[in-house]
Write a protein that binds this ligand. Sequence first.
Ligand SMILES: Nc1nc2c(ncn2[C@@H]2O[C@H](COP(=O)(O)OP(=O)(O)O)[C@@H](O)[C@H]2O)c(=O)[nH]1
Ligand SMILES: [Mg+2]
Length: 496
Amino acid sequence: MQSDLDLRVAAIRRGIETAGTELEPAAAERANRDLDEVLARFRTTGDHTVVALVGGTGSGKSSLFNAITRSTFADSGFIRPSTRQTSACAWGSRADELMGFLGVRPSRRMFRDTLLEREDLKAIDGLVLLDLPDHDSVEEHHSAQVNRLLPVVDVLIWVVDPQKYADHILHENYLRALRSRADAMVVVLNQVDTLDDRGLDIVDGDVRRLLAADGLGEVPVLHTCALTGEGIGAVHSLLRAAVGEESTAHRTARAGIAAVATELLTHVGAGEATTDAAVVDLTADELMRANGIGAVTRSIEEATSRWVGGALAAPQPPARATMAAIGSTWAGRVKQGLPRLWSRAVDASLPSVESLLRSTADAVASVPLPEVRVPKAEAFGWAAVAGALAAVTLVVAGILQGWPVAWVIGPAIVLVGVAGMLLGAARGTRTAVGAAWAAAYERDVRAALAATVDAELAAPAAVLLERHRAVRGAFEEARLSTAAGSDAPSTGAHAG
Ligand SMILES: Nc1nc2c(ncn2[C@@H]2O[C@H](COP(=O)(O)OP(=O)(O)O)[C@@H](O)[C@H]2O)c(=O)[nH]1
Ligand SMILES: [Mg+2]
């Protein structure tokens, strides 16, 4: 599971590096320092599952320790009623650093290879079982030991016996104070062999009632007899379950890393604006207006529709202030939601107004204005003129030659009609061609301007936004609540 934490830490370090100057140096420094601290603490305690037997003198903690480990390692018995030294058994790893951290003397450490264990204690690598000094051996070092234990302990097994389960100190000083760790607590009622069935019912009911009064009603209660081994199987199951859960040390480290990531996330935006075609087109449209392209297209339509053509309006280069406004509108769209340093980077990535003016002028100039002559319409026009002339000629000739009126009038009407149709065709052709040329000009200029916006504005912004996305993604990855790359559940009761 260490690798899961490593991945998270690596993600944060990668994010910090990718952010570069866009992350305040103080924030980066603090994050790195906090990560070092979290990792150092995790290395000291290690990714062990720590289970501690706690309770009053004579309840049977040491006997239970021995029963669980199938040893006689822990001092037990009335001869030495008060255990002064913590005994510990580690499975699968020596857990030396953790033992040292907890103040377990080397002579009180015991190591077990899980491969050599019986069925119910296989697969509990990483378990460390502690037999703590009695809590009522009122000694300075005892409370210090308990305090050191709390940040790493995964399961606290409170051992009570039928005589002393209502112990005042136990309830006041420990159970109540540890209410927040209720999910990590189990009560073992030991020495059940000293009770008959009725007695067991009464004591069990009492214990549960007292726990409920302490706000620990959910804490499971097991029954054991350390001398006969009765109920020890249930304790073994509990230990196996605890090993299967994410350890407290791991969860603490993960939470520490998540806290660092959460703080770093305040230095990036919640998302990134887009620089896609729709946004590029918005700015291209603004440049169209600023360059007076609308007037040019109108003049193309008008000039084409006239017989004699006419001069076309030329594009007008925008004023410097207009271009500056378009540039800052673009920047505003891109910077949306970005914090100060990232916004500053967006501004820095923008070309100067002069450069924008130049590239825009180049883009507009790259599209030539159309020739407004429409030969097809002119041909129609001349044909119409010829038709009209023919009609006039026919009429004049008919009058001079004295042809019958009927000969002349019919063909003349037909000729005039044809000429009229040709005139209509000429006008229609001009209008259609003019509209097409205007549209083509507008389309080409827009494409040229969009290409300019793409190259000059969108490309540098996209690089920046992509970097921001990578940084944000890295920090978010480090904050994921489920263990990345691990199937360990993130939370949950250790016993039940
Ligand atoms: N009858 C009985 N005696 C027990 C049981 N567990 C422990 N004892 C005895 O209780 C006394 C105290 O046990 P010990 O393990 O030293 O308790 P500790 O002070 O909590 O560590 C010893 O004499 C044990 O033999 C049990 O389940 N049944
Ligand atoms: Mg003891």
